[in-house]
Design a protein around this ligand. Structure first.
Ligand code: ZN
Length: 449
């Protein structure tokens, strides 16, 4: 096996002294290199002028929404009205649009320094039976590590839910497909490149039977559970009105605290609920841009983490963020959590921890991902500081977050370079963007349906 020395970087965010860089072998970090040392190596990569971070980990997204960014009728709305505006547009999705939007989002994530991503795909109009299969194929083409969730909606507007009937499925269909996807794609070993999780969309779009059945299957098969929870006050009011309890009470009643779960947003939990989340070993994917965009509120990231809840970061769907940029998500978390907790309580290091090892812990991957240390996956993001925004910066690591890095120079996943010189390797970004733009036009104008 080749031993690749990534040598003499400007700075490394590592567990230990690594001023001389890192050595990669067989998809893992084999060694940290001290200043001035020369390790055993067969090949080298000159990282002069580059800052090395652990690859960033995105814990919440809806990649299909890259097709509906900045839709005029949906801008400036809060969550429920925003969703009701876009559901009819999403009903026009085609299977090829799922492939295209997944490729585009994964390319966008890689170029921002992200090496592992989740996705929460929950729209399955007729003919979309292979949507997750298509996402697995897209991830394999681009070489990004993924935890793809089999999302679902089963409660249409006719039955008291929010989505139209054309985008929901019945419980038996959803559960059969969930089991099929776990059998076919879920990898269990260390350094798994593809994992499957189960993700009913939200309390206002899923029947209680499906919430319970999903939890039972996830527990039986050892896969993670995911959903949106405590995102808005509207959601709390919906749950109290229709179910007589708060959102966390509801999912606990469906068995979600008996298996490993992570929740997107998690803004409106009270202290008692935060303690219950910690006891259940749950995680929260904080999505700062989305929460600001939709005026949903500010996640209590520090209180959650102090209580023992795993806190990770997520870009959320492109239509509620309008970007899939993980390094910018780290900066947004840093800013908004300082606004909430005060400047003494939150540093750029906290935000970086949430976007790396916090996200890894949330996914149950803390022993493999999210840190630069011997034995960890060779998932790295390298940034250059050669843009005007960095000119004059003192601490090169802090500068990435404080000055607002937005584009990685080189990205390695599982020991393989996927981005070099700021360009995607092994895939034609121009082609990906051309077809994505065409599908987006078709979807937004209703053409081709
Ligand atoms: Zn979401």
């Amino acid at each position: 096996m080749t031993r690749l020395w990534i040598k003499n970087p400007l700075a490394v965010h590592a567990d230990g002294e690594a001023a001389g860089g890192v050595v990669i072998e067989g998809g893992v970090i084999a060694a940290l290199v001290g200043a001035g040392d020369t390790p055993d190596h067969d090949a080298s990569f000159d990282a002069t002028d580059r800052v090395i971070l652990p690859g960033l980990i995105n814990t919440h997204h809806h990649m299909y929404q890259t097709l509906t960014r900045a839709v005029p009728d949906a801008i400036d709305k809060e969550l429920f009205d925003w969703l009701k505006t876009l559901y009819p547009v999403w009903a026009g999705l085609t299977p090829d649009m799922i492939s295209s939007s997944s490729e585009l989002a994964m390319a966008e994530l890689l170029l921002s320094g992200c090496t592992t991503t989740t996705d929460h795909h929950y729209v399955f109009p007729a003919g979309h039976e292979d949507a997750i299969d298509r996402q697995v194929a897209a991830a394999s083409r681009l070489g990004i590590r993924v935890v793809l969730t089999r999302g679902s909606m089963s409660l249409s507007v006719e039955d008291g839910g929010l989505p139209p009937a054309s985008v929901v499925q019945d419980e038996d269909t959803i559960m059969a497909d969930s089991a099929r996807l776990i059998d076919r794609f879920h990898q269990t070993g260390p350094l798994a490149m593809t994992q499957i999780a189960l993700a009913p969309c939200s309390p206002f779009s899923v029947t209680k039977g499906l919430m319970s059945a999903s939890a039972a299957l996830a527990k039986a098969r050892g896969v993670l559970l995911h959903t949106h929870l405590a995102e808005t006050e509207d959601e709390n009011a919906f749950c109290v009105e229709t179910m007589g309890c708060r959102p966390l009470d509801y999912v606990e009643d469906c068995g979600w605290s008996e298996t490993k779960s992570w929740y997107a947003h998690g803004i409106h939990f009270n202290d008692d609920e935060i303690a219950r989340l910690a006891r259940a070993g749950a995680g929260v994917a904080s999505c700062s841009h989305s929460n600001m965009h939709l005026s949903s509120g500010i996640c209590s990231a520090c209180a959650l983490e102090q209580a023992g809840v795993a806190v990770g970061l997520g870009v959320d769907g492109s239509a509620s963020n309008d970007a899939s940029n993980m390094i910018q998500e780290v900066r947004a978390a840093w800013l908004i959590q300082r606004l909430k907790y005060g400047s003494a309580a939150v540093s750029w290091r906290d935000a970086l921890r949430w976007g790396t090892e916090g996200s890894a812990r949330l996914l149950g991957r803390e022993g493999e991902l999210g840190r630069i240390a011997p034995g960890m996956a060779a998932d790295l993001a390298l940034f250059r500081l050669d843009e005007p925004r960095f000119s004059g910066a003192g601490d090169p690591l802090a500068a990435l977050i404080v000055c607002g890095a937005h584009k990685a120079d080189a990205v390695m996943v599982n020991g393989q370079w996927r981005v070099q010189d700021g360009e995607l390797l092994g895939a034609d970004l121009g082609e990906i963007m051309d077809s994505h733009r065409q599908y987006s036009r078709n979807l937004q104008t209703g053409a081709g349906q």
